[in-house]
Ligand binder design. Structure first.
Ligand SMILES: [Zn+2]
Length: 69
């Protein structure tokens, strides 16, 4: 995948966590779980969460495709 910012080739890898990963417009303080209806789940799993993603080492940006495999 080409980086949309600098157009260099990005490195394929995985965003990973021992817990669920989600995106939210608000920063969670105590309960780190999706709560609002517009919170976006990224990955979850019984033994940790992983999601394929692409990293640009020039721009220090990661692109995550939210479509499930
Ligand atoms: Zn880039």
């Amino acid at each position: 995948m080409k980086c949309p910012y600098c157009e260099e080739e990005m490195d394929k890898g995985f965003v990973q966590s021992a817990r669920n990963i989600f995106w939210s417009t608000e920063e969670k303080k105590l309960v780190f779980a999706p709560g609002k209806s517009d919170d976006i789940p990224i990955a979850s799993g019984f033994n940790g969460a992983t999601k394929e993603s692409y990293f640009c080492k020039n721009c220090k940006k990661i692109i995550i495709d939210l479509i499930n495999d």
